[in-house]
Write a protein that binds this ligand. Structure first.
Ligand SMILES: Nc1ncnc2c1ncn2[C@@H]1O[C@H](COP(=O)(O)OP(=O)(O)OP(=O)(O)O)[C@@H](O)[C@H]1O
Length: 179
């Protein structure tokens, strides 16, 4: 039992008494007195240039092992890849919000509690109109929906004075996600 290594052992060079293996047939070990392949009187060139393994006849070394070789992939130039980041979705969101604000800003959306304490960028026209309490007198609740509740109210001023109307109250928290 001995250590198995992928590289040929240096035992041959260190111990000249050991026989040199046969190049053509690595399984066969030359007998004493047949140190080199003397069948044609030439040493195998593949052994000299080191590109072929003396032990594995069909072994072809990877060109990556020769960084100065022209065939080496280490010398090839990797084609450049231009990375273009995807467009930011923030632009689309901002545009949609701007459209929405412009549309809702002109309509009569009422919210609970006045809704004027928004931060920067909030639609200031959101909520009850300032003189809403002066125009209508809010009565009892007459029904509820998904977003809010409806109350009966009586108009105090203008052409509709004395008329009973329905006022739909939408809590601010239910509509804030639209902005
Ligand atoms: N003009 C009205 N007169 C009398 N009752 C009303 C009037 N408007 C609404 N109601 C009552 O209020 C309830 C809720 O009305 P609302 O319009 O909020 O319903 P909804 O459209 O289903 O609600 P949401 O839009 O929040 O889903 C109704 O089911 C109805 O009973």
């Amino acid at each position: 039992m001995g250590a198995c290594t992928s590289k040929p052992s240096n035992l041959l060079s260190q111990n000249p008494s050991l026989p040199e293996p046969d190049v053509q047939n690595p399984n066969l070990t030359p007998r004493n007195g047949e140190g080199k392949d003397s069948r044609d009187g030439k040493e195998d060139v593949r052994i000299q240039n080191g590109k072929k393994s003396p032990f594995f006849a069909l072994y072809t070394p990877s060109p990556a092992n020769y960084p100065f070789s022209k065939k080496s992939p280490a010398n090839s130039v990797t084609p450049k890849r231009f990375f273009r980041p995807p467009p930011s979705p923030a632009k689309h969101i901002r545009a949609a919000l701007a459209r929405r604000r412009g549309r809702i800003g002109g309509s009569a959306v009422s919210g609970e509690g006045g809704g004027e304490e928004g931060g920067a960028g909030l639609d200031k026209s959101f909520g009850f109109s300032k003189n809403f309490a002066g125009k209508y007198e809010i009565g009892e609740e007459v029904g509820r929906g998904h977003f809010g509740y409806t109350c009966c109210a009586v108009s105090k001023k203008g052409e509709m004075k004395g008329l009973q109307v329905a006022v739909k109250v939408i809590p601010k928290a239910k509509v804030c996600f639209l902005f």
